[in-house]
Design a protein around this ligand. Structure first.
Ligand code: ADP
Ligand code: ZN
Ligand code: ZN
Length: 721
């Protein structure tokens, strides 16, 4: 009897053997198996194996043949991901698959087929509105089975009956249609041509598309996608933020009206995610556009990968399997022998270093694409000498007011949400602290109200009403100190009574669809002043925005994290890049108490290369990434001492470690989170293979020696220190 090895999403990191009638063609198939008292769905990762356990204990597997097997290249991606990020293969596959493919209910092929109505629509009775709606939808144009399922649970049965009666037919694939594109400029066409050399003969080529903000990188992606589709391929486009997907989807839909384009991000419902995944996996979808999790989609015809804003830390998954979608995308392109484009105005130092060493090809776009649009002028305002009101320097107030008068938009960037970062009593020194975390409770006001509101912990979600008086001394004069976006919004509205002020941050966009609605208002010109966090800084193409002001950026200059200045440079350049994109000159004002800091000088000069080279030299001298590779062991414990003492043991674990530097265990910056104490231990090596080999041995030691009362995980290539 043949046997297969199956990856299951279970806590114990192992692969499990099951018996099948025939192992032929089972690699990558889903199988339903019994595991203890449960039935689980797993994926065959090795077909025809010699079982590792006693034959008598081996149970049969039921093959699920509803969906094509997962491609070999996909299995290799997941195997690499599991190995590199030190995660069990079964759990890696579990994280990649949508819920629908992990359920042991067979999926109907009609879900990912497209149908259309042929002939006249019958007259349905009033009570038959579900069928009437379905038929109308089918008559309006081809639509997928899964789109109908959301209209009626019996949709598939109706479809089948209509098909049998000849009323509905499967719609074939539409030929590629490419909508009108602008005449590309020389820089754009050079970039397209360079990547295209690797499209036709399909070979691996990693390119850094280093294009200033507004240089028209999207158009390069669109042109390359057109070529990939013309070659019969699929394109995968990754963006860092969900909020960037609607507009980009719109661009792609306009350019490729007949192609099947699906989105993949965490705001989709489970069933939407399953259906979009199925379209990608069955090769029906031509373009997949999504956030980091989309890198794990199965794409049998994949021909091109684009990672937009590749420097963005959001590409790193921060829980469960802590993978970098950008790095996996590069592996994937290499493994499948296809080109990948990493686009950014401010590349990560890792990517920049690869471009310097020649591993990545560097494609430069130095000017803005729109005729007459130039990069904004950047001025630094010295807060030590400038007059300030409500924490905002006078020149910024003046600039905002003159924009309002001119009917142009301004953006004020403040990366701190809420009304005030802390509430405090001046008489006894009480401060609002979270009882569960090492963090302050942030004061949030209700819209338009200057009293009351909520104290909220931004880390654990704890919330309580603002007390009427100091909880320790009874003093009624308790105040919020410092300024968040809510408070700034109030001040801006007071100072510019005729202006429409719009706040965009996580609080104002928490409802589904709220972010899209707010960004639509901005694009429609129905806002004069935008105030918000880094959500505003990324990627958006605002046409009428001519002023950007960055306030309160200094904290990053003093951060203990060695990546803080790289991040601040990127953030400032990105937010500055929202100004002056459509021909009207843009102005950027940055207020600081450290006006002579080299970082600001580089931002003013727009000298990314100079800044990146100096950072790179610093990192090399200090032996830090990208000159070295790091991993972090983190523990969570009831008592900090218990966590730290285990980390001390782990640091001394007897697992031969040549060329591995082990740091001292330290409490995390946010030490207590939800009443759990957290500590970490960093390991580092100039050699990636040495680090990988060490981690595998270390992981085994930790697994065998960690007390059951501790939770722990390893993060490879951590971005936050
Ligand atoms: P980036 O992503 O590089 O910051 P975008 O792709 O958002 O820039 O493009 C910026 C603006 O330039 C957009 O409004 C886009 O429509 C416009 N654009 C792009 N290419 C061209 C071109 N060849 N001619 C004119 N306008 C262009
Ligand atoms: Zn008090
Ligand atoms: Zn908390």
């Amino acid at each position: 009897m043949p046997f297969v090895r199956v990856a299951l999403e279970v806590p114990v990191a192992a692969l499990y053997d099951y018996a099948v009638d025939s192992a032929a063609g089972l690699l990558g198939c889903r199988v339903a198996v019994s595991f203890g008292p449960r039935t689980l769905v797993g994926v065959v990762v090795e077909a025809d194996v010699v079982p590792a356990v006693d034959l008598a204990r081996i149970k049969p597997a039921r093959v699920l043949a509803d969906v094509p097997a997962l491609p070999v290249a996909w299995l290799e991606l997941l195997r690499f991901c599991a190995g590199y990020y030190q995660h069990p293969l079964g759990n890696a596959i579990g994280a990649a698959l949508p819920a629908g493919l992990k359920a042991h209910k067979a999926l109907a092929p009609a879900l990912w087929q497209r149908f259309s109505w042929h002939g006249l629509l019958p007259v349905f009775t009033k009570r038959d509105h579900a069928r009437a709606a379905m038929a109308a939808r089918l008559a309006a144009g081809p639509c997928f089975g899964f789109e109908l399922v959301s209209q009626s649970p019996k949709a598939l049965a109706y479809l089948e009956a209509w098909q049998a009666a000849g009323l509905v037919q499967c719609a074939g694939t539409a030929p590629l249609e490419v909508g009108a594109s602008p005449a590309v400029n020389q820089e754009q066409s050079d970039a397209v041509a360079a990547v295209a050399t690797a499209l036709d003969p399909a070979r691996f080529l990693a390119s850094l598309l280093h294009g200033v903000t507004g240089s028209g990188k999207t158009e390069v992606y669109l042109q390359l996608t057109a070529r990939a589709l013309a070659l019969g391929g699929q394109a995968l486009v990754l963006v860092p933020e969900i909020n960037l997907t609607p507009r980009l989807l719109e661009h792609f839909r306009q350019r490729f009206p007949a192609s099947v384009i699906v989105s993949m991000h965490s705001a989709l419902s489970e069933s939407e995610r399953t259906h979009h995944w199925l379209l990608a996996h069955t090769g029906v979808a031509d373009i997949v556009l999504g956030t980091r999790l989309a890198v794990l989609a199965s794409l049998p015809r994949l021909r091109l990968i684009v990672v937009d804003e590749e420097h963005d830390p959001s590409f790193k998954q921060q829980e469960g399997m802590r993978y970098s979608a950008r790095d996996l995308a590069v592996y994937r392109a290499k493994n499948e022998g296809i080109p990948i484009v990493l686009g950014s105005a401010t590349p990560s130092l890792e990517t920049f270093a690869h471009a310097q060493s020649g591993r990545y090809e560097r494609l430069v776009m130095k000017s803005r694409a729109v005729t007459d649009a130039v990069l904004p002028e950047v001025h630094i305002i010295d807060l030590n000498t400038a007059r300030a009101e409500h924490g905002i320097a006078a020149p910024i107030w003046d600039a905002i007011k003159s924009r309002v008068d001119a009917g142009e938009q301004s953006l004020v960037f403040l990366n701190r949400r809420g009304y005030a970062p802390v509430l405090s009593c001046a008489s006894c020194g009480w401060v609002s602290a979270c009882t569960r975390c090492t963090a302050y409770l942030v004061l949030h006001r209700r819209r338009g109200l200057l009293t009351g509101g909520t104290l909220m912990c931004h880390h654990c979600g704890f919330a309580e009403a603002v007390p009427l008086s100091c909880p320790t001394c009874g003093n009624v004069d308790i105040r919020g100190y410092g300024q968040g976006t809510q408070r700034l919004e109030v001040h801006l509205a007071e100072a510019c009574p005729s202006a429409r002020v719009l706040r965009i941050d996580r609080d104002s966009t928490s409802r589904k669809g709220a972010a899209e609605a707010l960004f639509d208002l901005v694009h429609a010109g129905e806002a004069d002043i935008l105030v918000g966090t880094q959500m505003l800084a990324k990627g958006h193409d605002f046409k009428n925005l001519t002023l950007v002001a960055a306030v309160n950026v200094d904290a990053a200059l003093f951060s203990a994290d060695f990546r803080a200045s790289e991040r601040l440079y990127a953030q400032l350049t990105q937010v500055a890049g929202r100004a002056g994109r459509a021909g009207k000159p843009g102005l950027v004002l940055i207020q600081t108490r450290k006006p002579d800091h080299p970082l600001f000088r580089a931002v003013v000069a727009g000298d990314y290369d100079g800044f990146a080279l100096s950072l790179l030299a610093e990192r090399e001298a200090a032996g830090l990434p990208p000159a070295a590779f790091q991993a972090m062991l983190r523990v969570e414990a009831k008592k900090l001492e218990a966590g730290l003492s285990f980390l001390k043991q782990a640091a001394k674990a007897d697992v031969a470690a040549d060329g591995i530097m082990i740091y001292d265990p330290v409490p995390m910056v946010l030490t207590r989170l939800m009443n759990v104490e957290r500590a970490q231990l960093m390991v580092e090596s100039p050699s990636r293979p040495a680090l990988q080999a060490f981690l595998a041995r270390w992981l085994a030691w930790i697994g065998a020696n960690a007390p059951a009362s501790l939770r722990w995980h390893i993060e490879v290539d951590p971005l936050e220190i």
